[in-house]
Write a protein that binds this ligand. Sequence first.
Ligand SMILES: CC(C)(COP(=O)(O)OP(=O)(O)OC[C@H]1O[C@@H](n2cnc3c(N)ncnc32)[C@H](O)[C@@H]1OP(=O)(O)O)[C@@H](O)C(=O)NCCC(=O)NCCS
Length: 162
Amino acid sequence: MGGSRVASAMSKMHPIRHLTIRKTSPKDIDTWVQLRHALWPHYSQRYLRKELQQLRARGKYESLLAIIDKEPVGFVEFQKRLHAQGTIESPVLYIEGLYVCKKYRRLGIAQRLVDQVKKIAKAEGIKILASDAMLENKISQRAHKGFGFKETHRLVHFLMKL
Ligand SMILES: CC(C)(COP(=O)(O)OP(=O)(O)OC[C@H]1O[C@@H](n2cnc3c(N)ncnc32)[C@H](O)[C@@H]1OP(=O)(O)O)[C@@H](O)C(=O)NCCC(=O)NCCS
């Protein structure tokens, strides 16, 4: 009995119960940039802000925030792409970035963000959700499989200055 009271009190405190997922608005750009910087710390906030401005100027480039008690704890950013490796479907909705703060990991927050992106894709008649992960990022790969993604290709990217 005592144990079940403790379990019930703990489930009431479970952070995911206080989780809100919502689209970012122009007011959230600073928060979005900070979360991008947490995900890609090897780029400066200045660079990531400029990149975001460019991406948004080019077309619809969106994100969702995960918020617990007014604290942003994660985000996902995504856009339509005409092509993704492993499918001839076009367009696809492509997850360009996904991040959850360390202390809130393994609580299903990324799963909730991805579920929401799936809903957005379906509402727009898009049949494929695509994403990628760095070869060395095993956790991201496991998480993608956990979300229900199937691996398609492993690529090496190249650039040439012209
Ligand atoms: C990858 C990341 C977004 C996952 O976020 P998360 O909120 O912890 O993920 P979830 O709790 O929703 O996990 C969903 C499923 O993914 C899998 N998974 C997630 N993290 C995992 C880990 N560390 N080890 C093994 N499997 C994992 C599991 O199947 C999990 O389901 P389960 O907990 O019921 O077993 C988070 O670890 C992160 O932000 N990492 C750093 C940034 C990054 O690598 N982003 C992805 C590349 S863009």
